[in-house]
Design a binder for this molecule. Sequence first.
Ligand code: SF4
Ligand code: SF4
Length: 70
Amino acid sequence: MKENQRLIAVVDKPKCQTCQLCISVCPTDSITIKDGKAEISDTCIACGACVAVCPNEAIELKMTVSKIDE
Ligand code: SF4
Ligand code: SF4
């Protein structure tokens, strides 16, 4: 088992005001609105564009660790 670390953008949902600015800047179309809040899929390449544009500081880049079978 190998550990895979990767940076991904994560939405702090209570802070999201659903302005959709992040969706308009994402180069990989990784952001959708789900249940009235932005949600980021694992196609995110952690470019940081959404973090910079969010007026509510609702998005952060976080390191995630997942285990992969070899
Ligand atoms: S960090 Fe970049 S690729 Fe990831 S969701 Fe935000 S804008 Fe899209
Ligand atoms: S830019 Fe921020 S407040 Fe606007 S939809 Fe995206 S996460 Fe929500």
